[in-house]
Design a protein around this ligand. Sequence first.
Ligand code: GLV
Ligand code: GLV
Length: 313
Amino acid sequence: MTNVLAVGQYSDIDVKALADEFGAVPLADLSQIAGLPEDGRAAVTALAYKGHHALDGQVMDLLPGLKLIANFGVGYDAINVSDASARGISVTNTPNVLNDDVADLAVALLVMESRKLTASENWMRAGNWPAEGAYPLARKMSGRKVGVLGMGRIGREIADRLAAFKCEIHYQSRSRKDAPADWTYHADPVELARSVDDLVIAVVGGPDTVGFVSAEVIDALGADGIIVNIARGSVIDEAALLDALENGRLRGAGLDVFLNEPDIDARFLSMPNVTILPHVGSATAETRAAMGDLQRQNVRAHLAGRPLVTPVN
Ligand code: GLV
Ligand code: GLV
């Protein structure tokens, strides 16, 4: 029996790489772990995980020899890290290699909603151009004040791109960052929202940021504002967001992440003032290959008894 499990919806290339190098046994989801024979479960020391279902102490206890959970993805909010630490299990993620893709997507979402590109594209495909002549005017995006919530590595890439769009950069994070002198720091998210036109969410997910973008933050942004979220659905009070979008208290939203993926709130599907994407922030061939490679580097380091490459605990 192998000592590496590969749990989740992996690409064929990644499954093959994990199997070829580590003899990893692929499982579609966490619920299948309980069905493995007991001696097989006892042999497992590394779990290469790719998914968003909760991986907590209950699952970890099915694998008594587990020493590593190597997550495919930068966000590891699905993994209960304190449960892992309490059991002596290391957790790794795949940071940095996806920063450019996620930042590209954040800017794309802001352009799409500001310029109403999703709505006008749908309008054109529906054959409206010849009869109606021109699509209603959108709004300018360059030069607006944009607030970046969370100035980690992805937030920084987003802000750098928006600065090139001549936007005035404001940001919120736990601490002031070493950033260009004309960027404005705000300690408080409501204060940030009050100071800007649009808001881009780039904070980490997990228990500390649930509902961080509250009704109060949304209302502080105001009816002319656009919210972009490339982080995690849990960071926004989604009921408050839907309410604001439906009642004209927000101009639009560009969303790559949702509370209940993939079964998102059906109201989003018919709203004219949102651009919705199926969690594709890092979904390019190049970046997914780099993420798989980094995940395997961590498994390799664990099996060789070397320091982990990108540990989180
Ligand atoms: C994707 O959402 C990731 O966290 O990498
Ligand atoms: C980063 O997101 C921070 O809050 O420092």
